[in-house]
Structure formats: structure tokens, C-alpha cells
Design a protein around this ligand. Sequence first.
Ligand code: ATP
Length: 318
Amino acid sequence: MIELRHLEKRYGDRPAVQDLTVTFPDGAITALLGPSGCGKTTTLRMINRLIEPSSGQVLLNGQDTRSVKPEVLRRGIGYVIQQVGLFPHLTVAQNVATVPDLLGQDRARTARRVDELLDLVGLDPAEFRTKRPAQLSGGQAQRVGVARALAADPPVLLMDEPFGALDPLAREKLQDAFRDIQRRLHKTVVMVTHDIDEALRLGDYVALMNAGRLEQFGPPDELIHAPASAFVQAFLGEDAALRQLAGRRIAEFARPGAAAGLPQVNSALDARSALSVLLREGADALAVRDGEQVLGVVGWADLRGAPRLGLPGTERPQ
Ligand SMILES: Nc1ncnc2c1ncn2[C@@H]1O[C@H](COP(=O)(O)OP(=O)(O)OP(=O)(O)O)[C@@H](O)[C@H]1O
């Protein structure tokens, strides 16, 4: 758990972050969202002490981070940035192994771990292990960056616009891959983004900032359906609810129910397309199917609320 208490950063007498009090829950992705210059990156970097706060506290599992040496602190905190920062003269495997090597971990174990991680981020180890960063596409390099940040198995992962430099298709693929990774690893993730769709798609929680201050913290549907201010409402936009649906699989909304006679949709379909099917068919509900098996049903009301996540593989952390 990462607790920020009255956190402030001033440059001269200009505040970049002001009186920020918020808790980022364990095992969940919190998207730090807001317009350019609102203090997102400054906030993120105060967590791993790349930037020292002017005042206030950062508590990591209850411990004030000021009482921990920055280099020790950072061993427990993975960090992924937009321009990956891979070492050009090292191979992919050596890049991923940077931190385990620094920590003097057993070589054979590290080599196995590198392969596991490459696999996890969707890169075939046999093909990519020996490549150099210059031989990778932007998306592949970003995957290596994520693998590297996970190499020391840190409980906390800070990500600053991790998918920002990618074209939309590559970004979406990597977002999906990251969501799948997180389902298995349950890291405590804080991810800076100015992309509303990305925040709604990946965030279990969204912390929306404006001019150095927190406007609202909560699950995406809370910000959408109960905006705390006119700013939140305006920032997310009128079609935020629809856009959130576009980033979610319909399986996440399914609940047990009688499926006989209902139009059927595939569980991998995005929820917005499923809504179109509901409209087109003039039905009250849909049956969500995975192959031959019916997973559950989804009605109008289900799509208005938060994903139910009652089905295996779609849990959201508490
Ligand atoms: N080293 C610095 N010296 C002076 N001002 C700074 C410094 N770093 C950041 N700022 C200012 O602090 C404010 C917050 O910057 P920050 O980078 O945290 O914003 P951001 O929300 O991450 O923006 P973006 O989305 O554009 O990256 C901005 O007004 C910025 O100009």
C-alpha cells in the first residue's frame, strides 16, 4: 500500500503538487490521470524518491520512505518509462537481467527468470534473448522494458506513460498483455497517463489530478457516474461510459442467469460492441459464450454499473 500524505512539491514558490493525500491500494492498478503539467510525473517520482518532496510523507506499507536509503527503496520498486531506456550495447537478456545481476543473484536462476519474463510479456525467448535494442520495434522494446522492471520481482511498479510512444494498435496490444500479466502477478501499480481511455481500460482505480491537486480518486465507474466536480465530468467527457465499455471484455460483466433463447456473444467481445448487439437484437439480455460453454448473462443494467468480475480470470482486486 502506498500512502501519500499532504504531499507537496514546490519549484521556487510555484507548486507542482499540492496537499496530495491519497492511498494507492495493494495488488491494483491505479491510473494517475490528468492534463499536461498537472503534476502526475512529479507525484510518481516522489514515490521512488527520484524527486524529493518539499513537504508531506510517502508511506510504503506503513514505512516512511525517508527512512529508507533511495537505492534500497528502489530495489522494491520497478520503474517503467516511455523511452524505455534500454542499454543499447547489451542484449535483450542482459537488459532484463540488469537488476538481478546488480543484486548478485545466481546466474542460472536469472537466465531462467529472463526467459520466463520474456515469455510473460509475449516475446519468444529463443528469438529475442540475443537481440540488441536497435533490432526491436517500439512495442517490442517496451515489452522488454516491462520485463526488466519485473525482473527483481518488485511488489510495486511505477509506470510513466509506458505505452505512450506506441502507435494505437501496438498500444492496445501491449495494454491487453499488461492487463493479463497483472491478473497473474497482482503488483501494486501506479501508472501515469494523460490518455483517458488507457486509464479507464487499465485502471482498477483512477486518481484524477488538476493543477497539482487531486480532483477525485476511485474506480473508473465512480468517476464516470459520480463525478466529484465539474472538472472531472468535463475531463472525462460525455461519452466516457461508452469508452469505458469499449475497453472491457463482455465476460467481465456477466452474471449467472437463464441464457435460453437469448442472443449469444463471444466472451472476448468488447462490452461496447456487445451493447450494439443488445440494441440491434432488441433483446433484454445477452448470453455470454466461451466456445460451447455459456458463462453467464448480461443485461442493460449490468452494463451501466461496474464490471461484476464474477467469472474466473476476471477478478478485480479488493
Ligand atoms: N525541475 C522542475 N523545475 C521547475 N518546474 C518543474 C520541474 N519539473 C516540473 N515542473 C513543473 O511542475 C509542474 C508539474 O509537472 P509534471 O511533469 O509533474 O506534470 P505532468 O502532469 O506529468 O505533465 P505531462 O503530462 O505533460 O508530463 C509543471 O508545471 C512543470 O512545468
